[in-house]
Design a binder for this molecule. Sequence first.
Ligand code: BDR
Ligand code: CA
Length: 310
Amino acid sequence: MILDLDTGIDDALAIAYALGSSEVDLIGISSEYGNVLTERSVVNSQQILHLLGHPEIPVYLGAGHSTTTNDFSVLPISVEIHGQDGVGEIHLTEPHPEMATESAVDFILRACQEYGADLSIVATGPMTNLALAIQKDLPTLKKVGQIVIMGGALTVGGNVSPFAEANINQDPEAADLLFKSGLPVTMVGLDVTLRTLFTRTDTAEWRAFGTPAAQAYANMVDYYIKAYEVTSPHLHGCALHDPLAVAVAIDPSLVTTFPLNLKTEVEGPSRGRTIGDNARLDDPTTRTAVCVQVDTPRFLSEFKKRIGQL
Ligand code: BDR
Ligand code: CA
């Protein structure tokens, strides 16, 4: 598995889920901008890997901004939810090595060549690295087994605008390219992630494990829950967006999917919306599976079991 992350708090949970899963061999992390700048995303991933006892897993520098802008800024809402450092201001002090010299896009393409159908790419930031890989070498990317993304919303509204989910909103053109590429994509969007909530009771249980990793994670997630209490008080917890994408890549039976040829709207007030592509509704080669239902109790139980091992 490759994780493509803009390492904020739930991306850090995605790393933990992958490392806590015996089915997964995490071969590397590619970085995205989004919750933080891409360089910070690299350091956050490295420090989390170190905290979880896997400093040997390489982290690659990826895109620093969207495919259509030169904007390196971090959105205020991202700082509000994930903190200035992206990991809930917990001030990780774990050492971090030099980052890998190969680019994220070249790493992704090399892995597709090497592992083919055995490779899963789980992307939980903007789709920019994937779009750059599509532009560079789509035939090689097509060797991948599956691409599971956290992003978008089909049956519910957005979380940064009435239409757009944050990861898609960062680079709608990149997401549009991905949906129209013919690659096998599973979309784990807000339709399902907003139904997987973690509460302060859960983090208290976690803290009681007493290990440094459990305490750091409990502090990080309490910060995330506090932000949700301000931005989404009706939810009573924080959404486990990014770890759900990892879980679905490992066990698709956790969700019910709807096959649809998607597009991303790139113009006007609905920019960033993921919706069926009228021009391809009857195209039989449907390549996107949109998750519309999730077995929340089973996912939460798997989440606690796997994370609890770290
Ligand atoms: C997504 O946006 C990011 O802020 C989170 O890490 C998650 O990947 C939720 O919309
Ligand atoms: Ca993310």
